[in-house]
Design a protein around this ligand. Structure first.
Ligand code: WTA
Length: 644
């Protein structure tokens, strides 16, 4: 837990200018010229002053079954609606419309398994795969408005299943395949899913992750699921429960799995998916996204930030089970008709050059990843990337947490050959798409996500909503609605209001702290709440604590994040034992394993301290801030509310 990445501090002198060639060919340059404007800042100003005109320009690049009456309906704040009255389906834009053009035979997806297996799908064959699954779902009784939960390894069928749901108007709720049974059971129960799509297992570092076993345990805890559809991937032995579990490969061979399936007409505001994300307290929130605004926001940001064009080979190396994968592996690239890469396994398997091999072999032009992956690969040195010809790369990207300047420079120099601007994109599950991000025409400062995207207005403010001075720490806020914004928290609209809109007047509070420097560049510092970003994955202290407390030895627990060289943050837990139990190295190992089993390997604490008491406020809230300060040997700050 030493050698934490150097925190990005505003540094105005370290500036990277894009080449004239990159600026000239950028999609955003073309749009700027079309508007008769001569700088990006001017274009940004225009997009705020003419916000609805800007977003309708963007929406007009897509096809709609029926146009909208209103771009933005803000009559019931903060429950904003976009493109109301329009009829659409995101799958129409992601697949159907390409089938009418030459892109029908363009590759949509190039997939590589960890074991070296390779598969690729054109838009034409993607449509067949998706339609067949859609017809199977229909035959299982799935209808418009139902929620189907998906729990899969990183294989093409994960993407196909998501699209199949959307095609028939069902919402998907994808649970990341690295989560375990408690996480899955909670999410299934909240969404009340009757159908679950999963696989026997998946590969990670040549080990089989037995997903179906985890499913069986989760289903024993939650009663809603009537049908469990199982893809075969790893070939591990599984138990099929009669009357509940069915093999997908059997169903897909039956006449019910017809290869043509009409795409359901949806209202722009109909639910597209739910994605659970960790928050400050209690259970994860089911973040709701809809068809209309989300398709506009995701495709627009990808087009202008990663400058995606027909000749690109675009690789977002995230997992489809998180928002980055939903927006920027599945939906946006398909809407743009791009060719994407998806890789199943670990970046350093079998050797630390697996990613660089894939870049060189498939001619990747755009590579979008996370600081934790960059730091992880950086450890192996320059020799591994230097063995591969990565001259195809044109743009790089980062997401998930602040990127420390050291990792930024390594990525820029060693991977990008000092040619490729890095798009450091700040956004959230809740925002649906990029909010603060450069475009390829902007000068970059390592560690800063630069400025708000077109049409987006952000600021750094005090607790009372007044703007901070340059370089003063404050709350990161978004000052006007945007099309891909979450619409509500499933089953808990009040939580949506309270979490994001009640703190400051007419502003969305992101839950992050940030500073703005004298050039207007934003420097995100980190979370202000009890969310911990571990390897870029978002976890709630509450989830880790409830996993710990579910162990018979534990009376109370508190989890905090401490700086970690590769992961960014690592989980450290403080545990009070029940009487009759004694702290030992053995028990620590047991508890770590218990959290791994309940929640998933990413949530396993790096270390556990046994303690006789936890610092609490007089109202009984654990003061994690105090624990963190103590662990880091820092001053404890204001402890006036600490109980005696
Ligand atoms: C953090 C991930 C700094 C931030 C897309 C945010 C970042 C949270 C960046 C959302 C970035 C994401 N620079 N911090 N470029 N991108 N974050 O919902 O704290 O998993 O609030 O969405 O990640 O995490 P989530």
């Amino acid at each position: 837990m030493t050698n934490a990445p150097d925190v990005a501090a505003p540094n105005t002198s370290d500036i990277y200018q894009p080449s004239a060639e990159i600026v000239e060919q950028a999609n955003v340059t073309a749009y700027m010229r079309q508007k008769g404007l001569s700088s990006y800042d001017e274009l940004h100003r225009w997009s705020l002053e003419n916000n609805e005109a800007f977003w309708s320009d963007m929406a007009n690049e897509l096809e709609w079954y029926q146009p909208w009456d209103k771009v933005l309906d803000d009559s019931n704040k903060p429950f904003f609606k976009w493109f109301t009255g329009a009829k659409t389906n995101i799958v129409h834009n992601a697949i159907d419309r390409h089938l009418k053009t030459w892109r029908k035979n363009k590759l949509a997806l190039i997939w590589e398994g960890e074991d070296g297996e390779q598969r690729s799908y054109s838009y034409f064959s993607l449509n067949i795969e998706v339609s067949k699954i859609a017809n199977v779902l229909k035959s299982m009784g799935v209808k418009k408005g139902d929620v189907v939960t998906i729990y899969m390894p990183r294989i093409p069928e994960l993407m196909f299943s998501m699209l199949a749901c959307a095609k028939i108007g069902a919402a998907h709720s994808v649970v990341y395949g690295g989560f375990s049974e408690a996480a899955l059971a909670d999410r299934l129960a909240d969404a009340k899913s009757k159908v679950l799509i999963t696989a026997d297992g998946g590969f990670m570092r040549n080990k089989v992750i037995e997903l179906k076993k985890i499913v069986d345990e989760a289903l024993a805890r939650t009663p809603t699921v009537q049908t469990c559809l199982v893809f075969k991937r790893a070939g591990n032995a599984v138990e099929m429960v009669q009357g509940r579990d069915l093999w997908m490969h059997d169903l897909l061979n039956l006449p019910i799995a017809n290869s043509s399936c009409p795409t359901e007409e949806m209202d722009a505001e109909d639910m597209l998916f739910i994605l659970y994300t960790s928050g400050t307290t209690g259970k994860p929130k089911g973040v709701v996204h809809t068809h209309g605004g989300y398709q506009v926001g995701t495709s627009t940001t990808l087009k202008y930030v990663f400058d995606v064009k027909d000749e690109d080979r675009y690789w977002c190396a995230a997992d489809p089970g998180w928002i980055t994968g939903h927006s920027f592996i599945v939906y946006a690239p398909l809407i743009l008709g791009a060719t994407s890469i998806m890789y199943e396994g670990a970046p350093n398997y079998p050797y630390p050059d697996r990613w660089w091999q894939i870049v060189a072999r498939t001619g990747v032009t755009v590579l979008y990843t996370a600081p934790t992956a960059i730091r992880g690969l950086m450890r192996f040195g320059e020799l591994w990337p230097s063995r591969h010809d990565m001259s195809s790369l044109r743009l790089l990207g980062s997401v998930g947490e602040p990127i420390n300047p050291e990792a930024w420079r390594w990525f820029y120099q060693v991977i990008g050959g000092e040619r490729c601007p890095i798009m450091d994109t700040w956004w959230q599950t809740e925002t649906g798409h990029f909010m603060i991000t450069p475009t390829p025409v902007m000068p970059l400062k390592p560690g800063s996500a630069t400025k708000a995207f077109l049409g987006i207005e952000v600021d750094v403010v005090h607790e009372d909503g007044t703007p901070c001075e340059p370089n003063e720490d404050g709350l990161l806020v978004i000052k006007r609605p945007w099309p891909g914004m979450m619409r509500t928290v499933l089953n808990d609209p009040q939580r949506y209001v309270d979490t994001y809109w009640a703190r400051l007047p007419d502003m969305y509070a992101a839950g992050d702290s940030a500073r703005k420097d004298e050039d207007g560049y934003i420097w995100v510092i980190g979370r202000l709440d009890d969310v911990i970003k571990v390897s870029g994955y978002r976890l709630g202290t509450a989830e880790v604590e409830s996993a710990l407390v579910s162990h018979p030895a534990v009376a109370e627990a508190a989890a905090i994040g401490l700086p970690h060289e590769v992961k960014g943050n690592a989980i450290h837990a403080f545990v009070m034992l029940r009487s009759g139990f004694e702290g030992s190295h053995e028990l620590e190992e047991k508890l770590r394993a218990h959290v791994g089993h309940e929640l998933g390997p990413i949530a396993r604490p790096d270390s556990i301290t046994f303690t006789l008491s936890l610092p609490k406020t007089r109202s009984g809230k654990i003061m994690r801030r105090v624990l963190k300060a103590r662990a880091l040997g820092q001053p404890e700050g204001d402890i006036s509310t600490l109980e005696e």
